[in-house]
Design a protein around this ligand. Sequence first.
Ligand code: ZN
Ligand code: ZN
Length: 1012
Amino acid sequence: MPGVHHVEARVFKDLFPRFKTMQGYHVPRQGGWDCHGLPVEVAVEQELGVSGKKAIEAYGIAEFNARCRESVLRHVDAFEALTERMGYWVDLEHAYRTMDRSYVESVWWSLKVIFDQGLLFSDYRISPYCPRCETPLSDHEMGQPDVYRTVSDPSVTVRFPLLSLPDGASQQLAGADLLVWTTTPWTLVSNTAVGVHPDETYAVARKSGHGDRVVVADSLVARVLGEGWHVVARAKGSELAGATYQPPFRLVTIPEAHRVVTASFVTTEDGTGLVHLAPAFGADDMQTIRAEGLPVVNPISRDGRFEDSVPLVGGMFFKDADAPLVSDLADRGLLFRSQMHEHSYPHCWRCHTPLMYYALPSWFIRTTAVKEQLLAENEKTNWQPPTIKDGRYGEWLRNNIDWALSRTRYWGTPLPLWLCANQHRTCVGSLAELSELAGRDLNDLDPHRPYVDEVVITCPECGGQARRVPEVIDAWYDSGSMPFARHGAPWQNQAEFERAFPAQFICEAIDQTRGWFYTLMAVSTLVLRRSSYENVVCLGLVVDERGRKMSKHLGNVLEPIPLMDAHGADALRWFFAASGSPWATRRVGRGVLDEIVRKVLLTYWNTVSFLVLYANAAAASGDRWDPGRLSDAPPVASRPVLDRWLLGELHALVRDVTAALESFDCAAAGRMIATFVDDLSNWYVRRSRRRFWEGPGTGGGAAAFATLYECLETLTRLMAPIVPFLTDYVWGVLRPGNAADSVHLTSWPAADTGLIDERLSGQMALARRLVELGRSARAAAVVRVRQPLARALVGSPGFGDLPADLRAQVAEELNVREVDTIASVTEGLVDYSVKPNYKSLGGRFGRGTPAVARAIEAADPAVLAAELGSGAMVTVEVDGAPVSLGPDDVVVTQVPRSGWAVASGAGETVALEITVTPELRREGLAREVVRLVQDARKSDGLDVIDRIWLRWSTADAELATALTEHAPLISAEVLAVDFRAQQGERPEPDAREHVDAELGLVFWLRRADSGD
Ligand SMILES: [Zn+2]
Ligand SMILES: [Zn+2]
């Protein structure tokens, strides 16, 4: 069933095609479904309540596969609902399915190409094997998360008493026991030999006061044996070869076995330096035993159980046999040591059964033959993040091993190989070819098991009857064949395939480096001599807000559709595409989605609402604004500085977002868009309210309406690939009459780089930094924002160049009458104190730190602070030698002198004169009243353009003076046509009363009428 992680990759698979479509490219959007494989079989086994291959065969392969097909189709519905809800623009009506006949035939064709190159072969191999699924696992399946789990297993050291010695061996060996260590006691039943390294020295050690003698690697005597043992003889591994021993069990017959052999893979890193060899259960064991000409005996059947004929453990599951076997060894005095041991052990990634390494006949693709080509193709591929190319993925290719292709299962693409009695192999590339070989029309055959199993052909080599091998193939091979198989190429649509090959862009999560990313590249390199993709975006894994994997067990699974219903599909899309690094592990939860809505999406939405609100207000005043009036606005060069700045930022944004998306870096695009949205709302709109309020009929208003509209219209197109729902709605509101109905059918905006003004951009950034500093100085001095102050002084290298209208913006934002440079004041505004930063000094000076610290404390704080503040290094004298210090080494604290509030940062300082004269105080009171009346207008439900009638009353003489003195200012701000003190009783029944206890003010207001 779909999970949140399924949304992740689909966001990227949607975003870049939308972007490219807006740029004017044709983007094929065929959906597709991977239908085959073990996961489907396991789900159906659970539905049917059966387990294992015997049960499936009793149920019937035809019926079983029919259930698998039906199960796949059921899941397709759930994924279609997800696709629709998240706004993934893809054609599902013509989706390819890997189980379709044309798809299977394409896969067969590719396998025949590989077979014809001699790269499809069979071998008896040790593979990781799931005894429940009864199938080997490929190496990329072993790379799935969750395969290795920590489990507790017996760790036993067993005595193998020596029976006979090779010629010339030390007599101290006679009657000694070889010590052998294993964590898989169940393999001891099949022990065939003991391996020693030919060049390693082995020791015969005797226990003090005992005749007991054992053999271990000389270097491991202390570690394995502990106290109380001493070495009585030594021998090279090569001198031990040929010795025979008493096997740990005699439950199966293994002719010629139970002797010491040399093997170069033996190490003394753990265990005893003597290695127990059971060839059916280990690759190294198999190789050594074959080289020695010893037999491969396997008493365990494919379901993981000992054969019934084996005494003691017959019929037992391999892991369950450990306990009785260990206890039998103990009873016979052969157990030297036994303990439980925690280690990492592989499990089936699908059904979680412990895996065994198991000898099976298997079909392989010799991918090692194209390793150099794979590395060359990888070299040409653009990876995001770039580290994957040579790291995780490159490593995988450099250590390439042959692809274990076959699965002894049911629901998969059947391996198209037919064998005759003479073992002649025929690889079949299509149903047409099969028809010819079978001598009947099989073009309508269901190419799945069991139907294809029933087709007997004539061997082209010997004319005998040939039957299909029973295996199906690894479903990952189907996925890797997608580029041609989705078209059914080469048997049909070959031209379409060639037109769309290779893909410009693919995307999946990082766990696919050994999965889809590999199989896509491997199959097309084998079959078509080149990789099937050029750019690949590799996404992080999805976890919960606390960084835990989502699981039913932890109860932290987020269902994607309810999540999108609660927060919006756009919020989830923005999260994956544009918030944080796409290739880091993604912590998804309700908190982060709320924050995206609040900080980005609502801010954008509110800015659109602001434009609509004022356009409607203008219409109500008979001065309607719509995009048709854009041409009335003054040319950009003649617009106010804020407009020129915003348009410059907009076009820089278009340029940079385009470049970021061209290089598949949507996180950078998201960051830049979010910053612009914040600039737009929290600076431009905030600083331009008055011009909107004045309406589009004035020169300033016309420029403001045009500028904001142009920015929102362009921004909406830039955001469309990431948040398609919100932008499409906004587009419906903003679009000019002749524009496309949907934002997704419009073209990608082009940057007008002539409007980008880097100098103005830098100056505006400085103005905003100064405003921030001024605000924090005001907050530190606890002076209300609405209280006007006489002046602000600025210390900043760029301040002198700031144009007058930007200085005016700063003054207005800081609510000061005047802004001047700090150099205009002769005496300093602050006292400095300096302290050593021990953390930084300690790292640099070590034991010399106290001396340096004393030198800092002794220096003139004002001089140090001034030099460090300008970004320079300072020199202090320590024990007669000069020592150079940087800003990190010294903590500078400034204490404002009385009457000033000061804040500094990054070499810039703003000082506010905080002495409030009676005149300033009255103006501050007037501004407080403006705010109270504005709030009252809102709560009374008045429109922004409504004029009001207002009466006030107060017992506070200062407030009364302030209101009288500033009546014109207040009236203008709150749109009062009649503003005066109330005489006598409550004025009029339809005026609403508002009381502010803090100021001691009562006022009454109502909408003004024509009589006022
Ligand atoms: Zn399994
Ligand atoms: Zn033949």
